[in-house]
Design a protein around this ligand. Structure first.
Ligand code: C2E
Ligand code: MG
Ligand code: MG
Ligand code: MG
Length: 274
C-alpha cells in the first residue's frame, strides 16, 4: 500500500513531531470496582499534528517501533506521565497509580531499566505509583524480557500484562515472569454479556489471575451490564467508556467524584447481593 518513500516521509514527520514536542498524553481512569475508588490513570499518547489535528497511537506507534523512534518517544511519554503524577501529588492526589504502555522494542532496548530509573529520579516520581504495561508479544524473546522486567521490579515499579488473551500466548510464562496484574483485553469484555463463550473467557481469566495471585483489570467496560458481570466475578479494576474516554489531565480532578459515584450508585453492593 505504501511506497518506501512515503514510509520515509512519515518517519521524517515523526522525527519532526518529536523535535517540536507535539506529543502529549490523555489519561483514562481506572476504577477499583470493589470499593468504588478511582485508583489509577492509564497514560495514552496523542500527536497534535499541525496539519492533521489530533492523531491516535494506532496510526503512528507501529512506525515508531519499526524505525526505533519509539525509544525517544517512549522516554518523552514516561517523563510526561511522571511529571503529571508529581502535579497530582501536589494537588493531594498522590496515590493515583499511573500506567504507561511500553512496546516490545522498548523492553528489548539495552539500558532501558537505567533509562527508567533516570527519569524517575529526574522527575522525583515515587516508583511505587508507576505501572508499566507490556503485551504478551514481548514474550517472543523471554530471556531478553526477563532481565528488563526484573530490573523494573527492583526499581519498585509494577508490571501489568495488557491485552491479555490476544497475543502470543503460553500460560507457562505467567508463572515465571514477575507480573503483578492481568488486563483482560477489551474484545472479550465487549461481548461478555452477549456471547457466552466470551463470558466464560472473562470469568476464566479472572480465575487464572486470582489463582496466581495477580490483580485483574478489565478493559473496554462500556456498559453497566459489563460492570456488574465483572463485580459478580470479583474482578478488582475496570476501565472503559462507561466511566470515561481518555481525557486531558485537567479534567481528571473534576470528574473523579462523578466516576466514583458511577461505581457506587448501583454497583458494588448490588452486585454482591444479587
Ligand atoms: P491499550 O494500551 O490496550 O489501550 C486501550 C485503548 O482502548 C485506548 O486506545 C483507549 O482509548 C481505548 N479504550 C479504552 N476504553 C475503551 C472502551 O470502553 N471502548 C473502546 N472502544 N475503546 C476503549 P488508544 O488511546 O487509541 O490507544 C491504542 C493503543 O496504542 C493502546 O492500547 C496501546 O497499545 C498503544 N499506545 C497508546 N499509548 C502508547 C504509548 O505511550 N506507548 C506505546 N508503546 N503504546 C501506546
Ligand atoms: Mg494499555
Ligand atoms: Mg489493552
Ligand atoms: Mg491495545
Amino acid at each position: 500500500m505504501e511506497s518506501s518513500s512515503s514510509a520515509t516521509k512519515q518517519e521524517c514527520e515523526l522525527r519532526r513531531g518529536l523535535q517540536e514536542e507535539e506529543f502529549f498524553l490523555h489519561y483514562q481512569p481506572r476504577m477499583n470496582i470493589r470499593t468504588g475508588e478511582m485508583m489509577g490513570a492509564e497514560a495514552l499518547v496523542r500527536w497534535s499534528h499541525p496539519e492533521y489535528g489530533v492523531v491516535y497511537p494506532d496510526t503512528f506507534i507501529p512506525l515508531a517501533e519499526t524505525t526505533g523512534l519509539i525509544i525517544p518517544l517512549g522516554e518523552e511519554v514516561l517523563r510526561q506521565a511522571c511529571l503529571q503524577h508529581k502535579e497530582w501529588e501536589m494537588q493531594g492526589l498522590g496515590s493515583i497509580v499511573v500506567s504507561v504502555n511500553f512496546s516490545p522494542r522498548q523492553i528489548y532496548e539495552s539500558g532501558i531499566v537505567e533509562n527508567v530509573a533516570t527519569i524517575l529520579h529526574e522527575t522525583g516520581m515515587d516508583p511505587k505509583f508507576l505501572e508499566i504495561e507490556i503485551t504478551e508479544n514481548v514474550m517472543i524473546d523471554v530471556d531478553h524480557v526477563l532481565g528488563s522486567l526484573r530490573g523494573f521490579k527492583a526499581l519498585g515499579v509494577s508490571i501489568s500484562l495488557d491485552d491479555f488473551g490476544t497475543g502470543y500466548s503460553s500460560l507457562s510464562y505467567l508463572k515465571n515472569l514477575p507480573i503483578d496484574k492481568l488486563k483482560i483485553d477489551q474484545s472479550f469484555v465487549f461481548t461478555s454479556t452477549s456471547d457466552m463463550n466470551d463470558q466464560s473467557l472473562v470469568k476464566t481469566i479472572i480465575a487464572i489471575g486470582h489463582q496466581l495471585n495477580l490483580g485483574v483489570v478489565a478493559e473496554g467496560v462500556e456498559t453497566r451490564e459489563h460492570l456488574v458481570l465483572l463485580q459478580r466475578n470479583l474482578c478488582e479494576e475496570a476501565q472503559g467508556y462507561l466511566f470515561s474516554k481518555p481525557v486531558p489531565a485537567s479534567v481528571f480532578k473534576e470528574q473523579m467524584r462523578v466516576w466514583e459515584g458511577m461505581v457506587k450508585e448501583r454497583g458494588v453492593g448490588d452486585a454482591e447481593n444479587s
